[in-house]
Write a protein that binds this ligand. Sequence first.
Ligand SMILES: [Zn+2]
Ligand SMILES: [Zn+2]
Length: 348
Amino acid sequence: MPTLSEKKLKSYSYLGGIHIHSTFSDGSGDIEKISLAAKSAGLDWIIITDHNSMDIQEGFYNGILAIKGEEISPEKSNHYLALGIEKNITAPDPSSYIEEVRSQQGFGFAAHPDESETRQNPYVPIRWTDKNILPDGVEIWNWFSEWADNFSSKNIFSKAYAYLFKHNLVKGANPQTINWWDKLNNINNNIIPAIGGIDAHALKIPGYILPVTVFPYKSMFKTITNVITLKEPLSGDFQTAKSQILNAIKSGNNFVINRKVSKNIPVFKIKNKTGEAHSGESIELDNNTILTVKAAPKCSIKVFHNGEEIMHNISDKLKIILDRAGKYRVEIKIGNKGFAYSNPVLVY
Ligand SMILES: [Zn+2]
Ligand SMILES: [Zn+2]
């Protein structure tokens, strides 16, 4: 059971990027280049998940905590972001690699599970094909996947628009995926965590004179970000810092935001007489249990209870007195753009 934050305990926020490819698979940068980009984009930590590879050397680079995972990547479907593992995963199909990851004391997230099958471009969709196979967590938002879903290579204009105004194609977490994630969370009281992924490759494509880097790491690292709140500052010791971040992700102590939409870091908490709980934590229902959200001005704030929308406000904040148990989470939009998605808080 996740622990309850103690009253008035100090907390520390750290920004991180998840789902990054390096030269050990189909990315164009090495750890040095990737960590420098992360630093100049204002991140504190990154998780590099190469396709079927754990060869990258993790550690602190340029002040950035760089952790390695693996994107288990069968050719046509069921990509799985495995974190907290030491050895390459060899099992061939989803049920068996989910188990193999757990047997290494790791955990994983179904990656870009609902890519569009009707894409009008050469990026072949890779989906989670059997929704009855239950992952440990879900990547509810993937920058590159959404861009590719919305990219049409029909003509030169649609292509130019997609590259020049790339951020316009990324509008929010995939509703189908959110729906599945809610269902997984309704199975029992365990919190099924969500992450936001970038799927950064910084691919190089032939240009007129020199190769052009499409979606450089630095600009990608300023988009979908996981904000983790810790009770203690991040350690300077690599192994300790790595466990701090991985334990937080496993518990769902992260808020998924797109910093391209707003740089504001939203607050979501549920308070009772004894203390308060944040994303991924749990708290007992009493006669004065209050849910609070604080965000940027003029946001559209939605609160969900067990996957059902129970309140929608256009404001910079919101407060509800809760009268029933269940899982509560929030989604925040700014204009027509998805901005922030919390993990659930369990009220019992
Ligand atoms: Zn993938
Ligand atoms: Zn990927």
